[in-house]
Design a protein around this ligand. Structure first.
Ligand SMILES: NC(=O)c1ccc[n+]([C@@H]2O[C@H](COP(=O)([O-])OP(=O)(O)OC[C@H]3O[C@@H](n4cnc5c(N)ncnc54)[C@H](O)[C@@H]3O)[C@@H](O)[C@H]2O)c1
Length: 328
């Protein structure tokens, strides 16, 4: 039995907890700062809250950090100092220096630190990776990804505060930066432009941003990555990878599935079993890594490298230069 303490009872705390509850070898508690959110979460999931983070740490074997990104570094370091394993939502932290500190602390303490780069567990992205790795397109030379929808808000509006979320490149594009690095190898150069960062004042007083990033890989492959928080039509992801023997493509709007459209949103209602769910599979990978049943499928170094690419993209938007991601 693994005792998991969920920290943060917002959007991702709820998603993760739904899946933890389907695992018979997991016991759960949670801690949430906001009393109203804590109460709602307790009643939704039938769990009693810890009254402090220290109380949660005393009880838990592992901590699931589902907090706004600016809190990942300090809360993770405290868990590691207490000898607890950590699953940390993406992006692993706000910058490379914070990620490096977390990685080193986990290695020193001998605990698992797994960044929740959940796109690796999405069935279509996993299959696309396996196809490219298995030679289905031959030598991959170009890739295009697109991800985004409306601007997220989050508790106290933290997503739209770049000092807390890192903006669209760190919060959103980090998914594709990780997937592309996993699939095509290390990135040498990053060139990026964003409406908000490249043209200060362009979105004054409005939420959202759009960024277009070019990645040049050590292999010679080139990818361009679109990330948007300015698309009112709802969430969408696409992938395209071309090689000398063929091409694969995926578009989340074209995948056969059942869609439900309402005034508020569009929901995919495909009949996915809990065991097919990427968040469930990410949770299983974490539990099995903590119990020594497998190697971590996504490492803290993977989390750091994805943040390094995002940070290079942000710097490129601001300086109009091409930037090499930090390799520390
Ligand atoms: N993988 C994905 O698909 C995905 C999707 C959305 C968000 N995220 C990531 O998940 C993380 C959390 O995002 P979210 O959407 O759940 O945010 P959220 O704002 O919905 O939830 C955060 C919760 O943490 C609570 N909180 C803040 N500081 C706290 C503290 N020190 N101790 C205890 N509780 C605290 C807030 O009150 C809030 O309830 C972010 O890093 C975000 O980038 C990942």
């Amino acid at each position: 039995m693994l005792r998991i303490g969920v920290v943060g009872a917002g959007g991702m705390g709820n998603v993760h907890t739904r899946h933890w509850k389907n695992m018979p070898d997991v016991e759960l508690k949670f801690f949430e700062l906001d009393p109203a959110r804590a109460e709602a979460f307790a009643s939704t999931h039938g769990l009693s809250p810890a009254t402090s983070y220290d109380e949660l740490l005393n009880w838990a074997d592992a901590v699931d950090v589902c907090l706004p990104t600016d809190a990942h570094h300090s809360v993770t370091l405290k868990a590691i100092a207490a000898g607890r394993h950590v699953l940390c939502e993406k992006p692993m932290a706000l910058n490379v220096a914070q990620c490096a500190e977390m990685l080193e602390a986990a290695e020193k303490a001998g605990v698992v630190l797994m960044p929740a780069q959940v796109v690796r567990y999405f069935p279509d992205f996993k299959k696309a990776h396996e196809l490219v790795a298995g030679g289905a397109v031959g030598n991959p030379v170009t890739a295009r990804t697109r991800r985004g929808g409306k601007a997220p808000v989050g508790s106290a509006g933290w997503f739209q505060d770049a000092s807390r979320s890192g903006g669209v490149l760190l919060d959103l594009a980090v998914h594709d930066f990780d997937w592309l690095r996993w699939t095509l190898g290390e990135v040498r150069f990053v060139t990026s432009r964003s409406v908000r960062l490249t043209n200060p004042g362009a979105l004054e007083g409005k939420p959202g941003d759009y960024a277009l990033t070019t990645l040049e890989f050590e292999s010679g492959a080139i990818a361009h990555v679109e990330a948007t928080w300015l698309d009112p039509s709802g969430f969408r992801t696409t992938i395209e990878v071309c090689g000398d023997k063929g091409m694969i493509e995926f578009d989340s709007r074209k995948t056969p599935t059942v869609r439900r459209h309402t005034e508020e949103n569009t929901q995919l209602e495909s009949p996915m079993l809990p065991v097919d769910d990427p968040y469930y599979n990410q949770g299983r990978a974490f539990v099995e890594t903590c119990t020594g049943a497998r190697e971590a499928p996504v490492t803290a170094l993977d989390g750091l490298r994805a943040v390094a690419i995002a940070r290079a993209a942000i710097e490129s938007c601001q300086t109009l230069q091409t930037v090499s991601p930090s390799r520390s």
